[in-house]
Design a protein around this ligand. Structure first.
Ligand SMILES: Cc1ncc(COP(=O)(O)O)c(C=O)c1O
Length: 360
């Protein structure tokens, strides 16, 4: 069967070139007679894989030396606990709740201390990013937490919040490496890799080194301490070797195709194709405030549930798959991550136009 245009929110489309390379190397990685899946994480071969992956990520994001890069397990969700365990010295943290994932992180932090919700967009079904220029940041907050791109609702911070000098912690799972960021603006910037970078289960966290200490909450398991992973080059126990290997290939693909400035340009061009059509359509409409639109996740509706269902069914039959919106919001959502070619979005838009003509 031919490959489809996969608009899944995650796990999501990966660059074909990367999948083909992995296929070529499946039985025999560079003459060593085995797959990366079968290789010891203590081997020289794997050492090179993880070192190169880290070095390439550092180049892509221009990560300064005073930041560590950790490859950890448990996806983004485990970070919801690991972050407070490591950072909540005063047992106070401020959360900006802009969607399901930010809310989950906030609820998890409340297990460990006082988690203040200092802003939210829940009043309008998370369809916007609140004004974060002058928030009531708590004087004793250990950090301010955001989810930078809201996968389910399709909003993105285009300006980082004013944290009034407090540490910023950001979940960038669904916008990771979609555009350049200034790492120095964050205490921690992290993401699950299954959207823009690789297979699920792995999280990449970029952490300012002075935050990696033994001074963690009492009772924190060894495995949950950032220091455990930092001291052991992300190999305290057997890491998710195969996922790290695929991430490394995606980092190389991004470098080869022009880095993150170029990627941003492509992503803007790609998203504009869909948003411009949504803005001109009389059948479909985007569901979030224009100023807060995500370049990666584009939710839209017709306003009629039956018509939405018909559209999803016909689109799937035409090879545009995983367009159903998250179960909590309904409608449609096209996730157009780095590996979705511009042509995929153009063809989807063409399909939507035809659907509109026939069903108007
Ligand atoms: C923004 C964001 N944060 C966190 C998560 C949870 O990630 P994981 O399933 O890797 O725990 C997701 C998952 O889709 C997400 O989109």
């Amino acid at each position: 069967m031919d490959r489809v245009y996969n608009f899944s929110a995650g796990p999501a489309v990966l660059p074909e070139e990367v999948l083909r390379e992995a296929q070529d190397e499946m039985m025999n990685y560079r003459g060593c007679g085995m797959s990366v899946m079968e290789m010891s994480h203590r081997s020289k071969m794997f050492d090179e894989i993880i070192d190169e992956a880290e070095a390439d990520l550092r180049t892509l994001l221009q990560i300064p030396d005073d930041y560590a890069v950790l490859f950890m397990q448990g996806g983004a969700t485990l970070q919801f606990a690991q972050i407070p365990m490591n950072l909540m010295k005063n047992r106070v943290a401020d959360y900006i709740v802009t969607g399901t994932w930010a809310k989950k992180a906030w609820q998890e932090a409340a297990i460990y201390g006082t988690a203040n919700k200092i802003a939210s967009s829940e009043d309008k079904m998370f369809t916007y990013i609140p004004d974060c220029s002058d928030l009531p940041v708590s004087p004793d907050a250990d950090y301010v937490y955001i989810c930078e791109n809201n996968t389910i609702y399709g909003t993105k911070y285009h300006t980082l919040p004013n944290t009034k000098g407090k540490l910023l912690v950001s979940d960038v799972s669904s916008c990771f490496l979609s555009e350049p960021i200034d790492v120095t603006k964050y205490g921690i910037v992290y993401g699950g890799v299954q959207k823009n970078i690789g297979p699920a289960g792995l999280v990449v966290s970029i952490i300012r080194k002075d935050l990696i200490t033994d001074d963690v909450l009492a009772g924190t398991p060894t495995y949950m301490k950032f220091k455990t992973h930092a001291d052991n080059r992300s190999m305290y126990n057997t890491p998710n070797c195969y996922a790290i290997y695929i991430c490394g290939k995606v980092f190389k693909w991004l470098l080869k195709t022009g880095g993150l400035e170029k990627r941003k340009e492509i992503n803007e061009q790609k998203a504009a194709v869909l948003y411009d059509y949504l803005d001109s359509s009389r059948m479909f409409r985007g569901t979030v405030e224009k100023k807060d639109r995500s370049l990666m996740n584009v939710p839209f509706v017709t306003g009629d549930k039956d018509l939405d269902a018909k559209f999803i069914k016909e689109a799937t039959e035409a090879g545009f798959v995983n367009l159903k919106g998250h179960r909590s919001v309904g409608g449609m959502r096209a996730s157009i991550y780095n590996a979705m070619p511009v042509e995929g979005v153009q063809k989807l838009t063409e399909f939507m136009k035809q659907f509109e003509e026939v069903n108007a």
